[in-house]
Design a protein around this ligand. Structure first.
Ligand code: GDP
Ligand code: MG
Length: 250
């Protein structure tokens, strides 16, 4: 696959995890699907605000372009992605994307990110690459995010500026190589764990600057439990790779 050789013909499947995003989803979905060649896999975790029904209605509105997964097991962002990624890897698409459903990740960046997978195995929509920015994001959240990145990079050896961004595009061939069975993070730490797995597998990791906009509808799901797991996971990953730290992005 080469996006550069075949501009416009590259196909992408975007995984959208949702937990109480009923207001955001109808605003976001049309903006993703206005891009030709894009499809969606919405992974809802028994939202209590009707997001599951909103997703089903959107799937009817866009025939053959949206698949909705209604999860029944234990809730968690990581658990949702861990279920969705292997399924997405079996789809007939070139690129698999992941993004938040709260309008923080602007879909306008998707085509460029997908195109950049011609050069990199994984492309991060980065809040800290040169030219990026944060908008409507409280100071304490920005500080937490920067601190998390410093912490993760120091422990794991990852070199990306934004290791905790949930906005990413992966070559499908790379997703098929990841050892999903050993990815154990249940919450947001999944993002760090999978990036480490990718780096360990020798994948090249690139970053494109994005303007990240803090959510306007609904509430953050960053709980104390999720936060605690995020502190532990980088160490767990380090132990897993022991003397073989993740490689630097090429
Ligand atoms: N399926 C699923 N999605 C989740 C869960 N927790 C968060 N999300 C989704 O993950 C994305 C990021 O969560 P968000 O609350 O915005 O995190 P924040 O931006 O760090 O405050 C959003 O689309 C959420 O709806 C979960 O437990 N399960
Ligand atoms: Mg958010």
């Amino acid at each position: 696959m080469s996006a550069a050789d075949h501009p416009g013909s590259v196909t992408a499947l975007v995984i959208l995890p949702t937990l109480n995003e009923a207001k955001n989803l109808p605003l976001l979905v049309p903006r993703i699907l206005e891009h030709e060649g894009f499809r969606l896999m919405i992974v809802d975790d028994r939202s209590t605000d009707g997001t599951g029904d909103v997703a089903d209605a959107l799937a009817e509105q866009y025939p053959d372009r949206i698949e909705v997964m209604h999860r029944t097991g234990k809730r968690g962002l990581g658990l949702s992605y861990a279920e969705a990624f292997p399924k997405a890897a079996a789809a007939e698409v070139d690129v698999i994307c992941q993004m938040d459903a709260d309008l923080s990740h602007d879909p306008q960046y998707l085509p460029a990110m997908v195109a950049a997978t011609a050069e990199f195995d994984v492309v991060i929509g980065s809040r800290y690459a040169e030219g990026s920015g944060l908008e409507n994001f409280p100071g304490y959240r920005a500080a937490l995010s920067r601190g998390a990145n410093t912490y993760v990079r120091a422990i794991t050896g990852l070199r990306a500026k934004d290791c905790t961004s949930g906005y990413r595009c992966w070559r499908r061939s790379v997703v098929r190589q990841i050892r999903w069975e050993r990815v154990g993070a249940e919450g947001f730490a999944f993002l760090v764990e999978t990036l480490c797995e990718a780096a360990q597998a020798g994948c090249s990791i690139g970053e494109l600057p994005v303007l990240f906009v803090g959510r306007r509808h609904g509430a953050s799901k960053l709980t104390a439990r999720v936060f605690r797991e995020s502190l532990i996971v980088p160490w767990r990953v380090l132990m897993r790779f022991r003397r073989r730290p993740p490689q630097s992005p090429r």
